[in-house]
Design a protein around this ligand. Structure first.
Ligand SMILES: Nc1ncnc2c1ncn2[C@@H]1O[C@H](COP(=O)(O)OP(=O)(O)OP(=O)(O)O)[C@@H](O)[C@H]1O
Length: 599
């Protein structure tokens, strides 16, 4: 307190501008439950560890007719709680209290009070870490995209990995929840015990992260569901039968006071129980006792309801009446100004991809092909011929300058996929298009296990049954000949060939209609590459997937594909059955590629 200058105390510790910002952000946060709402504010003149986020929200909302209660570690009388209470009182000229029933605003660090709260009260939680995705995604921009698209698969993977490693979900504070069926929110700082008490609660809960300047809210009577798999029950901490040494409560959050001795975390409640000043029946009704760990319930759930193949049999989109599932028409990409006007004077005949008019690079132009179910099409060309550009345009990593792309699974084959928004195109990469990158690191999360990588794709596609996911992952890993005793090892511990096999299993996880393979064997030793090629050949032969294989190597194209288009300086120079092209290449460029493969 001494650190706070007296005149600041006179004026109020938070300026009016900041308070307005906080109120505005609070209103937004209430309108969009669980959404991380930013606000602008000066730094609070308090030391780190005081919970400036909670303090900012409390000071922003408190009026002179409020009564504020502050809890720290379940205690109203700790040094932090006492100092914060005094600070709020002197800054806002409001009343303070230690009795939950009298408080209009309760600022808490670590706990929700045991006393059931009412519609007239606001609970402010001081949040040390607001971004639930931070643990699984370092990029702030990517986190924002994931929230916008409700793409929480990496969060599910972290729960999957926890279960694999520990047999139970071990996360306690900061447990992720889905708020109002839309945003994943982190329940930092409260323990898992308190998580069920956020659901449908009559009071407003505001969570403030000071350093990150974010507020998020759970408005009264909002649906709050802890994330867990359908077959893995959500559990709180504690054991049935544990009791408080002081007041005898068996329905409160207990903390260890000494080895083997537990007491209520909420000291106010504990004292009132001892004094007989509580509504014990009302409290029991709210206590999350039905979520106490029950090993019997876990075992009963550990049976997959469906076998590995059945879910994928849902894939129903029929081919287009013309026989294709993927049709690409006139796709082109110009890097630089001019668009289509830059194309003249480029291509194989001109011997350059650089436009004499604009200096732009015409990486690909007028590329057309289609692929039927069960068919594999090769796209071959030397380095720089434009084949990867075409692939990047198809998957949405680059915006095509011209052309269209149709999938029979999208709008019956009448929708130009290239015109869809990026979020819709990313969604297609979950269930309709599988992609195998040349470098496995581009398609895998290297710190996550082989099974977890497959789980990422399955959870993105909506799978929510842990044992079904494990069953499907094991089935796929067996298919790609990865030993099952490596299923739970992080893929960075795998050899290059095994990583590529895991990437193929991941790409096939949702049984996509179209599989795109970009130089699938290029980075591998010859013998390992031959093994992966064999595997791909067998996988393609037994499925009705339409595949596009991009490679500079005719041996790869010959091993895997039925038809081939040959690209040279951004243009298709020859197309036909792969066997025929290999036996009897017409274009001099194709002849060179075939000769190289025969050497
Ligand atoms: N962002 C870019 N800006 C300018 N030119 C580009 C860009 N990306 C690719 N290019 C050019 O477009 C042409 C085609 O490149 P692309 O990567 O598609 O070839 P590729 O056949 O896939 O080659 P590789 O097998 O080496 O990947 C090349 O001349 C390349 O230099």
């Amino acid at each position: 307190m001494d650190a706070i200058d007296a005149s600041a105390r006179e004026r109020g510790i938070l300026d009016e501008f900041s308070k307005r910002e906080i109120r505005r952000a609070t209103l937004t946060a209430v309108c969009v439950p669980g959404y991380l709402t930013p606000f602008g504010s000066r730094e609070m003149p308090v030391a780190r560890g005081w919970g400036s986020g909670g303090l900012q929200v409390t000071l922003g909302l408190t009026g002179t007719d409020d009564a504020v209660k502050v809890i720290d570690q379940g205690d109203d009388d700790g040094v932090n709680a006492t100092n914060l209470r005094r600070l709020i009182e002197s800054s806002e000229k409001c009343a303070t209290t230690k009795d939950t029933r009298e408080a209009t605003i309760i600022q808490s660090r670590h706990r929700i009070p045991e006393e059931p709260m009412t519609e007239d009260q606001i609970l402010v939680l001081q949040v040390p870490n607001s971004e639930p995705l931070r643990a699984v995604q370092k990029s702030v921009v990517e986190c924002a995209r994931m929230h916008a698209e409700a793409d929480y698969s990496m969060m599910w993977v972290s729960l999957y990995e926890d279960l694999v490693r520990n047999g139970v979900i071990t996360k306690t504070t900061g447990y992720p929840v889905l708020v109002n069926g839309r945003y994943v929110m982190i329940t930092s700082p409260i323990p898992r015990w308190d998580v069920p008490r956020l659901h449908n609660s009559p009071h407003l809960t505001l969570l403030g992260a000071g350093r990150e300047k974010r507020i998020f809210a759970v408005p009264p009577y909002t649906d709050v569901q802890p994330l867990t798999f359908d077959d893995v029950p959500f559990e709180v901490e504690g054991d049935a039968g544990q009791r408080c040494e002081r007041c005898g409560s068996t329905d409160t959050f207990l903390v260890e006071s000494a080895p083997g001795r537990t007491v209520c975390s909420d000291i106010e409640w504990c004292t009132r129980v001892t004094d007989g000043d509580v509504d014990g029946i009302g409290h029991l009704a709210h206590a999350p006792l039905r979520h106490l760990p029950d090993p019997g319930r876990r075992v009963r759930n550990a049976r997959p309801a469906v076998r590995h193949g059945e879910r994928s049999a849902d894939r129903s989109a029929a081919p287009h009446p013309d026989g294709w599932v993927l049709a690409v028409s006139g796709v082109g990409k110009v890097h630089g100004p001019g668009g289509a006007d830059a194309v003249a004077g480029t291509g194989p005949e001109a011997g350059t991809a650089i436009s004499p008019l604009t200096g732009s690079v015409v990486a690909a132009w007028d590329v057309t092909f289609d692929v039927a179910p069960g068919e594999a099409l090769g796209v071959i060309g030397e380095s720089g011929s434009g084949k990867s550009t075409v692939l990047r345009c198809l998957i949405g990593d680059e915006q095509a300058t011209a052309g269209s792309m149709f999938l029979s699974a999208v709008g019956g084959g009448a929708t130009d996929v290239l015109t869809l928004p990026p979020s819709a195109r990313r969604a297609l990469r979950i269930d309709t298009i599988g992609l195998v990158h040349q470098n496995p690191a581009d398609g895998l999360t290297m710190t996550v296990s082989a099974g977890g990588n497959i789980a990422e794709r399955l959870t993105a596609a909506g799978w929510r049954n842990y044992y079904e996911i494990r069953d499907r992952a094991a089935y796929l890993l067996e298919k790609v000949e990865v030993p099952l005793d490596r299923m739970d090892d992080p893929v960075h511990t795998f050899s290059g060939g095994m990583r590529q096999r895991v990437q193929i299993a991941k790409a096939l996880a949702t049984d996509p209609q179209v599989l795109l393979l970009d130089e699938p064997t290029t980075g591998l030793d010859a013998s390992v590459a031959a093994g992966v090629l064999d595997l791909l050949r067998n996988l393609l032969a037994e499925r009705d997937t339409a595949a596009v294989v991009v490679s500079h190597d005719f041996a790869v194209i010959e091993a895997l594909t039925d038809r081939t288009v040959v690209m040279n300086i951004g243009r298709v120079v020859e197309a036909g059955l792969t066997d025929q092209l290999f036996q009897d290449p017409h274009h001099p460029y194709t002849q060179r590629l075939v000769a190289a493969a025969r050497r």
